[in-house]
Design a protein around this ligand. Structure first.
Ligand code: DAH
Length: 378
């Protein structure tokens, strides 16, 4: 090993060190150049795009500066501090110059826009689109209000039912022909014998749930019932403009000692006047439902033509609104009410049908198509 330092006290270096000292010198020169070029080029930058291009060229991964950093490892340990410090200085200087420049450019852009663009504070603001309630919900809430004023409470019941509740306890025995009117969707049939799980075809099973729940409070002397049961029903239907596979119903039920058919008539006639106007006339036509006896269809005088006959009432002057009747003794018994001591009436209304008549909506499919052009009209 050749001694270079002699007696000066400077630590001696191997001969090959000369090469590195040259490298160190070249790197310091390059750093000066990188700094000078970068700062000069930045002076000429005029817009955002040029500024971004400058950043990529002078500070990006393949910039001259980064290339120097990548050679850093080749330096001998003793030279690293000098070159490293200088390289960091250059990097900081370029970054600081970049920050100043971009700040200046942002300021200039703001100044320009404030000078050139005008703000008219008298222009109307942009309206936020407001959501609204679905027409079904609106009709149901109107019905709750009316029946609420008449002393009925809202009682909710499940949409997935057993055959027993949907049919059997309502006096539709297995194989009963009236079941044909209510073809349903089966949720689970296997292993359940004569009691498959179905989607409810009407809100009437809620009558049994409600009566059982209320009568269980005082089995010897069950309290009276006065409720409405709203909700979705499902039927396996041929879909047409009048029939959908899902639809709303509002069921009503009143049970107590001494309730008569005239209570039913009075309640529904009063409901029709509150819903369609004080002059509305009503009529009851004999009908059949397994869970009521006697049973009736309930019509209101056509509120669109006042009973003269129009296209909506098909010339008859009357509109069919729902079914009703006196609760069948079997149903009362199934609900925990002794038919010797209690009687009751029930009804089932079609809220969508009422909305259709009122707004002359010609197709029930609109309700669940989620077409804003329809929904926004209500
Ligand atoms: N559940 C019947 C249906 O969906 C409607 C109905 C008729 C309900 C008469 C009643 C009633 O409560 O008394 O076809």
């Amino acid at each position: 090993m050749a001694k270079l330092g002699g007696t000066t006290g400077i630590p001696s270096r191997p001969y090959v060190g000369r090469e590195f000292r040259l490298l160190e010198g070249r790197m310091l020169d390059s750093l000066n150049e990188v700094e000078r070029n970068g700062l000069d080029a930045l002076q000429k930058v005029q817009d955002e795009a040029a500024l971004e291009a400058w950043r990529v060229t002078h500070l990006g991964r393949s910039s001259g500066l980064m290339q120097i950093f990548s050679k850093f490892g080749q330096l001998p340990q003793a030279d690293k501090p000098v070159v490293g410090q200088r390289a960091n200085e250059v990097k900081k200087a370029l970054e600081a110059a970049y920050d100043v420049k971009s700040g200046q450019m942002r300021q200039a852009a703001l100044k320009r826009s404030l000078e050139q663009e005008q703000l008219d504070v008298t222009l109307p603001g942009r309206r936020l689109p407001l959501g609204r309630l679905h027409p079904d919900t609106q009709t149901l809430r109107e019905l709750y209000t009316i029946f609420g004023e008449m002393g009925f409470q809202v009682f909710r019941s499940r949409e997935v039912e057993s055959d027993e509740y949907n049919f059997q306890l309502l006096n539709f025995q297995i194989g009963h022909p009236a079941r044909d009117m209510q073809d349903t969707y089966f949720v689970e049939a296997e292993g359940r014998g004569e009691n498959p799980i179905v989607l409810r075809t009407h809100t009437s099973p809620g009558q049994i749930h409600a009566m059982r729940w209320i009568s269980a409070m005082q089995p010897d002397n069950p309290p009276p019932v006065r409720i409405v049961l709203p909700g979705m029903c499902y039927r396996y239907e041929q879909v047409t403009n009048r029939h959908e596979t899902q639809f709303d119903q509002l069921e009503g039920l009143a049970v107590g000692p001494g309730i008569t058919f005239s209570d039913l008539k009075g309640t529904l006639a009063d409901f029709a006047r509150r819903m369609f106007g004080q002059a509305t006339r009503t009529r009851f036509r004999a009908s059949y439902f397994p869970f009521t006896e006697p049973s009736a269809e309930f019509d209101v005088e056509c509120f669109l033509c006042g009973g003269k006959g129009c296209s909506v009432c098909k010339g008859s002057g009357w509109l069919e609104i729902g079914g009703c009747g006196m609760v069948h003794p079997v149903v009362l018994t199934n609900g925990g009410y002794d038919p010797q001591r209690y009687s009751g009436f029930a009804f089932g209304l079609g809220p969508q049908r009422m909305a259709m008549l009122r707004h002359r909506i010609e197709d029930i499919r609109y309700f669940w198509q989620n077409d804003l052009r329809f929904l926004e009209q209500f």
